[in-house]
Ligand binder design. Structure first.
Ligand SMILES: Cc1cc2nc3c(=O)[nH]c(=O)nc-3n(C[C@H](O)[C@H](O)[C@H](O)COP(=O)(O)O)c2cc1C
Length: 258
């Protein structure tokens, strides 16, 4: 059943990957190994979550990471998960830029500095809303984050007159899948968009063509802070039953809510 087992590890299965590769990691999701079967239950047990819904309820934007690299097999898993997302007409107008090279990450860290300086300046002004410590930490330590995943895309749908909203819809679904898959693997990740502040530099640095949009920059690594639960509005505030004026969905008992 298992490709090879390593003593003192509680192995778990990660995914099927269209039949070409199977991977497993240990109970804390830090190490990986090869296996030949899959089992969602085992993954969930190993990550401390009891169900996909619990994972949804605890997938916080992670902005604190250790320096430990993300194994290649897990990077592949994350991109695989991203591409399981829906897209209009299954157009799949996405591309993924995986950045792990230390020098490239340093350069991204450099590129973000002017934005960081502006943020720091505005932080010292009490009239400005303050940035979350995590967001600041993310920017300050961008060069140390083991994996930077850029979710990119082209306008491809409908073919006759491609629409930007169709493209972004696919990219954001893919991004959410990355966040959830990362959480399931014990990895932390955050959806970010601040790359737009220094997009020209990023384009040059990585040779991204002009017709390619950069939808999200997802920093990924082993979490240095705990996961979830996420804080969200109560369902009773946002759900309308059968008529906009009627709200009667109870908050109690919603599966997976943290
Ligand atoms: C479109 C979009 C853009 C975002 N941009 C950033 C960003 O630039 N920097 C950041 O730290 N977080 C960013 N986030 C993450 C949100 O701040 C985060 O999801 C939200 O505060 C809820 O926190 P939680 O996911 O931990 O529950 C973004 C999220 C979305 C959906």
């Amino acid at each position: 059943m298992v490709g090879h087992n390593t003593p003192n590890r509680e192995l778990f299965y990660l995914g099927d990957f269209d039949g070409d590769i199977h991977m497993i990691g240990d109970a804390i999701g830090r190490r990986i190994d090869m296996a030949t079967e899959i089992g969602e239950t085992a993954v969930l047990e190993a990550t401390g979550a009891s169900s996909v819904l619990e994972i949804l309820g605890t997938t916080r934007a992670m902005r604190w990471f250790t320096d430990e690299p993300v194994p290649e097999e897990l990077i592949r898993t994350l991109v695989w998960a991203a591409t399981r997302a829906p897209s209009a007409g299954n157009s799949q107008g996405w591309d993924f830029l995986v950045v792990t090279d230390a020098e490239k990450r340093r350069q991204v860290g450099e590129a973000i500095k002017p934005l960081l300086d502006r943020v720091r300046a505005s932080e010292s002004d009490p009239a400005n809303p303050h940035l979350r410590p995590g967001s600041l930490n993310l920017m300050e330590n961008m060069h140390r984050i083991p994996l930077l995943l850029f979710v990119c895309g082209r306008e491809v749908y409908p073919r006759a007159s491609p629409r930007t909203d169709m493209m972004y819809s696919a990219l954001f679904g893919a991004t959410q899948n990355i966040l959830i898959a990362a959480r399931a693997l014990g990895l932390g990740a955050a959806m970010t968009t601040f790359h737009s502040e220094f997009e020209d530099t990023i384009r040059q640095l990585f040779g991204i063509p002009d017709d390619v949009y950069i939808g999200a920059l997802v920093p990924i690594g082993w979490p240095a802070r705990p996961f979830g639960p996420v804080r969200r509005k109560p369902l009773s505030e946002i759900v309308h039953r059968d008529h906009w004026s009627h709200r009667d969905l109870p908050d109690e008992g919603s599966a997976g809510q943290g």
